[in-house]
Ligand binder design. Structure first.
Ligand SMILES: [Zn+2]
Ligand SMILES: [Zn+2]
Length: 176
């Protein structure tokens, strides 16, 4: 969705948006590997314009399927996040680059009075996806010997799920 900055009223503008799986596959370049299944996102945000600068504040609720990094089961996750964006016209960009501060790094630039909200929404969704997802904090993972899913079955390998940190401790004890 593209917003014309000149159409943002003085009192600001509230937006409710929904994005579905087709939207993501249209937006995302095919060469980019996506390791999650996107079901959709609901975005609500408020746009405020002060002079030429546009401030966007809002939140997203994203529904994705993610593979558990311990047991490899795929489960549905609902991710919620708040976000803030600042958009400034790109004409002033060169001058501002002379003195970059931390706040400036948070600024995006727009051309010809047009802000592309879909790019912003895409960034928000990408940022929310955890690097290592868990189906549950208590996930027991797979048996390192036979590969059985220890959440739903027991095996006869006689090896309990051992926390990696504990395994290191056990090795240290052997040395002494
Ligand atoms: Zn798991
Ligand atoms: Zn086993």
């Amino acid at each position: 969705m593209k917003i014309n900055v000149s159409h943002i009223p003085a009192e600001g503008m509230k937006l409710q948006l929904s994005r579905d799986a087709k939207w993501l596959s249209d937006l995302c370049p095919p060469q980019e590997k996506i390791d999650f299944i996107f079901h959709g996102a609901d975005i609500s945000c408020f746009l405020r314009k002060i002079s030429e600068t546009v401030y966007v504040e809002g939140n997203t609720i994203t529904t994705v399927d993610l593979e558990c990094c311990r047991c490899l089961d795929v489960t549905t996750h609902i991710l919620r996040t708040d976000f803030k964006y600042t958009f400034a016209p790109s004409e002033n960009h060169a001058a501002e680059e002379m003195e970059l501060s931390v706040e400036d790094l948070e600024v995006s630039y727009y051309d010809n009075d047009i802000i592309d909200l879909d790019q912003m929404i895409f960034e928000q969704i990408a940022l929310q996806i955890p690097m290592k997802a868990l189906c549950a904090d208590s996930c027991k993972g797979l048996c390192p010997h036979c590969g059985i899913n220890l959440n739903s079955a027991k095996c006869t390998c006689n090896s309990e799920f051992v926390d990696e940190r504990l395994a290191v401790l056990k090795k240290l004890k052997v040395k002494h």
